[in-house]
Ligand binder design. Structure first.
Ligand code: BES
Ligand code: MN
Ligand code: ZN
Length: 471
């Protein structure tokens, strides 16, 4: 995407964004052109209702203008999600070079146009001989706009999407770690990879046990970015990195297993956020940790009934090997607090089917022990169309984690399964600010009004904005 301030070539389409009753279209249209538009509006009874399109062609200074005027409905009903919905729908299936413009200050929003261009242009086609065609959006503005931050955000979001979409025969703990090392070099953050030996030495037995049945052993991926050496404050990010979740010995039925390459989406999200944070050189310190492992089956697999000592010293009774994410995350949370000395943790995971049952696929359920940080996160996510909803953490749910044989068990009963999972994680956050985002419904195949099938890349931008605006 580029900003242009003069009409200097013929585009495949010149797209004008308007509200109902708008008369003022765009700086570059001649008086003749404006008269033609008015006449055609009248003739076709075009009002600029939400999603309505008026198409016309005319010549101006030797350039063929193939114009589409796209309506966004009444100005008083407008919000940014309507913008996303209308533009995404309009662009779906379009090809070529499009010049977008508007004379309305609400619709004149390069951040949103950039975002939707990113959503439309991302496709997972590396294993198809015939690639999907991309479209190019330019934005017409006589103001001096800087969209470099938004371009980086889209690039980072698409890195996350690609990592999630890649299948588990390509992305395993080792290859994921390798990719992050490459990204660290390219984007400018430090990467340290702890192997399974080191993981055991540190006492991260929960993580080790979840991943030990796989041929590719667990790795702890640590990413560090220090953009403000004068400050001691560090934001900690943690992302679930299950490169595949078979369920382990408590094996999943085939239909539920099919999409489990996406069980590292939380990890991919914090990786994308780190790319954005460091490429845009924000003046904050951010450390991210991804416990990467594969929940597989072999003679070495951990079992229901096992009792395992966590990194924080507590013993955990294993009930169901398919509730593996919280185990790997518990040790990652202990690690990032004790070893990386972060001041707060924001953790993302495709953690529970119960979360999908509760909120569906368009809204992420978020649990937090800190009101102020929750509200900041909500603001940041909203700005990028990432919808979140706060979930409860009542103490009764903690009682469901009482074990007969160990300090704690890792799951409760069927009811409120997303909440007992969150309560288990909260136990490892000690008394620091902790926020858990259950993206099981939103990370993959969340075909909302402005997202395609496959990996959504949701919360890369929100997390970036949250870190950037930290006090
Ligand atoms: N990775 C799954 C959760 C999940 C389900 C993500 C659907 C995306 C879509 C997680 O590891 C899991 O298997 N959770 C179990 C927990 C249960 C055994 C307590 C679940 O939700 O069924
Ligand atoms: Mn599982
Ligand atoms: Zn899982």
């Amino acid at each position: 995407m580029q900003i242009v301030n003069k009409l200097e070539k013929s585009y495949d389409r010149n797209l004008i964004l308007i509200f109902e009753e708008d008369k003022n279209y765009c700086e570059y249209i001649s008086e003749e052109g404006k008269k033609l538009i008015e006449a055609l509006k009248e003739k076709n009874d075009f009002q600029g209702k939400k999603g309505e399109v008026l198409s016309l062609n005319f010549l101006q200074n030797g350039y063929l203008i193939s114009m589409d005027i796209l309506g966004f409905g009444k100005k008083e009903n407008y919000n940014e999600n309507i913008f996303r919905e209308v533009l995404f729908k309009y662009l779906t299936g379009k090809k070529g070079d499009i010049l977008v413009s508007s004379n309305n200050k609400e619709l004149n929003n390069p951040r949103l146009i950039c975002e939707i261009e990113g959503n439309i242009n991302y496709s997972f086609d590396e294993f198809k001989a015939k690639k999907d065609e991309k479209l190019n959006l330019d934005f017409f503005s006589i103001e001096n706009l800087d969209i470099s931050e938004d371009i980086v955000l889209n690039e980072a979001t698409n890195i996350t999407r690609n990592l999630v979409d890649l299948p588990a025969n390509i992305i395993n703990p080792e290859s994921l770690a390798q990719k992050v090392e490459e990204l660290g070099k390219e984007y400018g953050f430090d990467v340290e990879i702890l192997d399974d030996k080191k993981i055991q030495e540190l006492g991260m037995n929960l993580l080790y046990n979840v991943g030990k049945a796989s041929i590719t052993k667990p790795k702890l991926i640590v990413m560090r970015y220090f953009g403000d050496r004068d400050s001691k404050n560090i934001v900690g990010l943690v992302g679930k990195g299950l490169t595949y979740d078979t369920g382990g010995l408590c094996i999943k039925p085939a239909d539920s297993m099919f999409t489990m390459k996406s069980d590292m989406a939380g990890g991919a999200t914090v990786i994308g956020a780190m790319c954005a944070v460091s490429k845009n050189k924000i003046r904050k310190n951010v450390v991210a940790v991804v416990p990467a492992c594969e929940n597989s089956i072999s003679g070495e697999a951990y079992r229901p009934g096992d009792v395992i000592k966590a990194m924080n010293g507590e013993y955990v009774e294993i009930i169901n090997t398919d509730a593996e994410g919280r185990l790997a995350l518990a040790d990652a949370i202990t690690y990032i607090i004790e070893k990386e000395k972060v001041d707060e943790v924001v953790e993302l995971s495709t953690l529970t089917g119960a979360m999908v049952v509760a909120l569906g696929t368009f809204v992420t359920g978020v649990f937090s022990n800190n009101d102020k940080n929750y509200l900041e996160l909500e603001n940041s996510c909203k700005k990028y169309g990432e919808r979140i909803w706060r979930m409860p953490l009542d103490e009764e749910f903690k009682e469901l984690l009482k074990s007969d044989v160990a300090d704690i068990k890792h799951m409760g009963n069927r009811w409120g399964g997303a909440i007992t999972a969150a309560k288990f994680l909260e136990n490892f956050a000690k008394d620091i600010s902790w926020t858990h985002m259950d993206i099981a419904g939103t990370a993959y195949d969340n075909t909302s009004k402005w997202l395609k099938k496959g990996a959504s890349g949701v919360h890369v931008k929100g997390l970036y904005d949250y870190c950037k605006n930290k006090e």
